[in-house]
Design a protein around this ligand. Structure first.
Ligand code: GLN
Length: 473
């Protein structure tokens, strides 16, 4: 997509060709004309226009006083708190709930003059890979053919894809920004665990969750990350490590040492077109002077089982707060307190969330804890150690983002395991806490896009973004 990225938009604004008020009006029109895709749960039309007008006036008076994101209009996934605005996690259990504070990441963007145009749909509590698990109905991929946009930040991807905003904030626990970005032909970036504060992000699996971005370009991802990243008194897992100037990108890539896993490209689930494009990509990297080496990684098939044991365990604990008493949905007509808990949760949560709470409670229960939860923790440690070791000798690991292109809505609904398996390439980054970026790689014969994923060692986002920028995507 040309000229829809922030760098192009901002240059038009600064040169006086476009005002932010005009830009917001254009986006609002696009929101209106794409309503059938069910992207936005709520549009902040009036306040977005009002804020745009104030910013435009300020710009006329004193251009030097503008924040770095003057002219950036974003949408936010329905798991990110924005004071005075609803946040429901795509769930009925939080219908009508209003945020009491703003997420640190979003607060930092607002301080740089970002405008939030609306709150977008997602899988309930970010659990899913197709945006089909929302209590507010599925979001549809704008590329047509009734396909999913990916998930759980599916609507964030569609919002950017349909030019209803410049960029979107999502969250990534096991691939939720990278996979929808790949399904919609966009850039999806998940930073190192701890790079961005999770304060104000509704928790799914706390040791995996990170806020991430969906953008048209790597440069936009870099700028947003630079502003959001850094320590935060409200989140002890947010790293105190200095934030590099990610937005200073140098597209001349120096030769890199890159690893890929033979097992990812020979996996039975991979679409032959994605496989051959990935192999071509590897050849191109070699031609460009990079050293690309194939490695064995025999833990590939353990990633998904371990991920789903650990994340459901954490989710079952995190979601216990939705009890119908303190906040959110409460059932009517109850016999006693137990009955109120049971009915509120039965009526408030959707099928997938209930499945995961049950699974997570099971793997944490005494008698099964050692067999499942602890074993999965051991697998996580092994994967983390192996991954770390690879980065002793390599700058990057590459692999496809997904084994297939976007599937048709409803196609996988009857088989949750099939949906879980589609996360095979994205969960490693979350299991190990490393940063990963998905960039467009190609389109299949049906004109559906897919991506390539680049990973690097913890806290090496600058190198990762620089390398991604050097690729002609
Ligand atoms: N599809 C994965 C899951 O359902 C990832 C979701 C996410 O990253 N939030 O858990």
């Amino acid at each position: 997509m040309e000229n829809n990225d922030f760098v192009s938009i901002q240059s038009q604004i600064v040169s006086g060709k476009l005002t932010v008020t005009q830009l917001v009006s254009e986006y609002l029109k696009a929101i209106d004309s794409t309503k059938q895709l069910n992207t936005y749960l709520e549009v902040f039309a009036d306040e977005a226009i009002e804020r745009a007008k104030i910013l435009d006036e300020q710009f006329l008076k004193n251009p030097a006083s503008m924040g770095r994101l003057y002219g950036m209009v974003i949408s936010i996934k329905d798991v990110i708190c924005y004071k005075g605005h609803q946040v429901t996690g795509g769930s009925k259990i939080l219908a009508g709930f209003e945020s009491l504070y703003t997420a640190t990441a979003l607060q930092r963007l607002l301080e740089e003059d970002v405008i939030v145009i609306g709150r977008v749909n997602c899988d309930e509590f970010a659990m899913g890979s197709g945006n089909e698990n929302s209590a507010y109905g599925p979001t549809i991929n704008a590329l047509g053919d009734n396909r999913v946009p990916g998930g759980s930040s599916g609507a964030s991807a569609v919002a950017v894809q349909t030019n209803t905003c410049t960029a979107s904030l999502g969250s990534d626990t096991g691939g939720s920004v990278r996979q929808p970005a790949a399904f919609c032909g966009l850039v999806g970036m998940k930073p190192t665990y701890g790079r961005i504060s999770r304060y104000g992000l509704l928790a799914y699996a706390s040791s995996f969750d990170q806020i991430g971005t969906i953008t048209h370009t790597v440069a936009d991802a870099a700028l947003l990350l630079e502003i959001m990243a850094g320590p935060d008194d409200y989140d002890s897992t947010a790293s105190p490590m200095a934030v590099e100037k990610y937005s200073d990108l140098d597209s001349e890539a120096t030769p890199k040492k890159i690893a890929y896993f033979e097992s990812t490209l020979n996996h039975p689930s991979i679409d032959p077109e994605i496989r051959s494009s990935s192999l071509e990509f590897i050849e191109k990297l070699k031609k460009d002077g990079h050293e690309v080496v194939s490695l064995d990684f025999d833990l590939l098939d353990y990633l998904i089982p371990a991920y789903y044991v650990l994340t459901t365990a954490e989710a079952s604990t995190n979601l216990s707060r939705y009890d119908g008493v303190r906040f959110g949905y409460r059932t009517s007509e109850v016999k006693d307190l137990q009955d109120s808990y049971r009915k509120s949760r039965t009526e408030g949560f959707g099928t997938e969330v209930k499945r995961r709470i049950l699974l997570g409670t099971f793997v944490l229960s005494s008698g099964y804890y050692d067999a499942y939860y602890q074993k999965a923790q051991k697998v996580r440690r092994l994967i983390t150690e192996q991954t770390k070791e690879i980065f002793q000798s390599f700058d990057h690991i590459i692999m496809p983002v997904t084994p297939t292109v976007a599937w048709k809505i409803g196609e996988k609904s009857a088989d949750p395991i099939a949906t879980y398996l589609a996360d095979i390439y994205t969960v490693q980054a979350n299991m190990t806490g490393i940063p990963a970026i998905a960039i467009p790689l190609g389109k299949n014969q049906e004109n559906m896009p897919f991506g390539i994923q680049i990973m690097s060692a913890r806290y090496t986002e600058h190198a990762l973004l620089n390398f991604a920028q050097s690729i002609d995507y």
